[in-house]
Design a protein around this ligand. Structure first.
Ligand code: APR
Length: 257
């Protein structure tokens, strides 16, 4: 169906149980590169280098991970939400937005004012560090500083490996959060995808589950996705601009958080 702001606004504005799936494309206007666009993260780093098994097996790979973090993490930490994040926070304030399932690790939905309990970070967060043995968690700043000060392979006091609290390729997905995301999708009456290529599973299968259970589907993305043919409305373009237009159509103020 052609990209119709009014049709998208009607679906999103009337939803009683709206579920949103966001990907890296919702944060590029905040200065954070996505993964698969030209110039994206996977054009600079080889994803095969950053699998969970390689991280666990090699101190050299772990040092590479923390090195990559030394440049990428401050950009994530200091980024500000954009109009797309703020529109989703406004939709929650309006009522009807049940859940945001984000593949992003930048915490920008919460920074924009979305309630933390309504955000599922299905690929974890880059803003914290976790011990792979005992589960101890701390802020990322302190461990990146330890690395900068010469500890090239940070370990937990329990002896376990410390890793940024993201879900790497090959790492188990967070069970409870993943189950909640699928349950919410099954119960949704409307589903919105913003800024995802929808090629990484299981997250990419969530919109299909919502549609199978009767939800209307709106996709906002700069390029085609494999699910466009299942969508009621496809808005191809820039997420911040398009979501701001939807907010304006619904008279939703997108205040700075
Ligand atoms: N507005 C709209 N769409 C955008 C914008 C924007 N400003 N910027 C980028 N996009 C689109 C791109 O065209 C692309 O289709 O967002 C999509 C981003 O796709 P990916 O880079 O593949 O990111 P994502 O879908 O989140 O990747 C999923 O892959 O590598 C893993 O764990 C990583 O969570 C990530 C997962």
């Amino acid at each position: 169906m052609p990209g119709d702001i009014a049709a998208a606004a009607e679906i999103l504005g009337n939803a009683k149980r709206l579920v949103v799936l966001t990907g890296a494309g919702v944060s590029t206007e905040s200065g954070i590169p996505d993964f698969r666009s030209p110039g994206g993260i996977w054009s600079k780093y080889d994803p095969r280098e950053f699998t969970f098994d390689r991280f666990c097996a090699s101190a050299e790979v772990r040092a590479g991970y923390w090195d990559m973090g030394a440049s990428l993490y401050p950009m994530l930490r200091d980024a500000e939400p954009n109009a797309a994040h703020r529109t989703l926070a406004a939709l929650e304030r309006k009522g009807g937005l049940q859940r945001i399932v984000t593949q992003n690790i930048d915490g920008l939905h919460q920074k924009a004012g979305s309630s933390a309990e309504r955000v599922i970070e299905i690929h974890g967060t880059a803003l914290e560090v976790a011990c792979l043995s005992c589960g101890w968690r701390t802020d990322r700043d302190s461990i990146q500083q330890r690395f900068a000060d010469g500890d090239r392979d940070p370990h937990c006091d329990c002896g376990g490996l410390l890793k940024p609290a993201t879900i790497s390729f090959g790492q188990a997905m967070p069970e409870r959060e993943t189950a909640m995301a699928f349950e919410d999708a099954e119960a949704a009456d409307a589903f919105l995808v913003v800024g995802s290529s929808l090629v990484v599973y299981p997250a990419a299968s969530i919109p299909g589950v919502a549609v199978e259970h009767g939800a209307s589907l709106v996709i906002v993305n700069r390029e085609e996705t494999p699910y466009d043919t299942h969508a009621d409305v496809v808005l191809q373009g820039t997420a911040g601009v398009l979501l701001a237009e939807i907010a304006a159509t619904l008279d939703l103020p997108i205040t700075d958080a």
